[in-house]
Design a protein around this ligand. Structure first.
Ligand code: HEM
Length: 193
């Protein structure tokens, strides 16, 4: 695959993420999009219907599976530095990108914890494909509602940051053409740190 690199001659070549990080990034990205879509779909389904139960169980299960992959991605990132962004990017853009990526990791942890706590204080409880998981609470409608509100607000923040992340990635691909987009693409031929 071409790097689409049109930076001035003499600029050091962009460095890509290693394959393990690329695979984890795309699995987590697909799961988070599926979680946002299933979450917003299920809350509008009428109560006490099989469809609502199906989507809630699917959402909780995807959330648990997602937690495993998010955990693996966070562990990878704690053990490795991200490849440096090109110095052709303005400093504020590099800072904004790093801040956005760090907020993603924080949101992954907070969203999972808030979702698990919402389930833990409801009579239905957290489940993985129908298998009940440990409750972190007891049946309490007020606490369930509080954690659901936190979960809902964080979902909106997460979706806004994802939209910004995608817009920035497309700017690198179509406008800057500096190879930053390809750093996270499977198969791109680039230097690995
Ligand atoms: C990154 C992970 C997650 C994302 C992005 C996510 C996303 C969402 C979204 C968008 C909603 C709908 C919010 C609304 O507008 O009302 C929702 C609701 C919900 N989620 Fe998650 N979720 C995640 C993890 C989890 C986990 C791990 C669980 C439990 C095991 C869970 C349980 C729930 C429950 C019970 C609701 C319904 C809340 C209510 O009754 O209003 N979520 N989630």
């Amino acid at each position: 695959m071409s790097t689409g690199d049109t930076r001035p001659v003499g600029t050091p070549p962009p460095v890509r993420y290693p394959r393990r990080a690329v695979i984890l990034h795309w699995i987590v990205a697909l799961l988070v999009i599926a979680l946002l879509a299933s979450g917003w779909t299920m809350v509008d389904i009428p109560r006490n219907t099989p469809e609502r139960a199906f989507f809630f169980n699917l959402h909780k299960s995807l959330g648990i599976v997602g937690a495993l992959f998010m955990g693996a991605l966070i562990v990878w990132r704690l053990r490795h530095d991200a490849p440096p962004l090109p110095t052709t990017m303005p400093k504020w853009e590099r800072r904004a990108a790093v801040l956005n990526h760090h907020l993603f990791y924080v949101l992954m942890v907070l969203m999972t914890a808030a979702g698990y706590l919402t389930s833990s204080f409801s009579k239905y409880g957290p489940k993985l494909f129908g298998i009940p998981l440990p409750h972190w609470g007891w049946e309490d409608a007020a606490l369930r509602g509080d954690f659901a509100t936190v979960h809902r607000i964080l979902a909106l923040v997460f979706a806004a940051l994802i939209a910004l992340h995608i817009a920035a990635a497309l700017k690198h691909l179509l406008w800057d053409r500096d190879g930053v987009f390809q750093r996270m693409m499977p198969g791109a031929k680039m230097k690995v740190p």
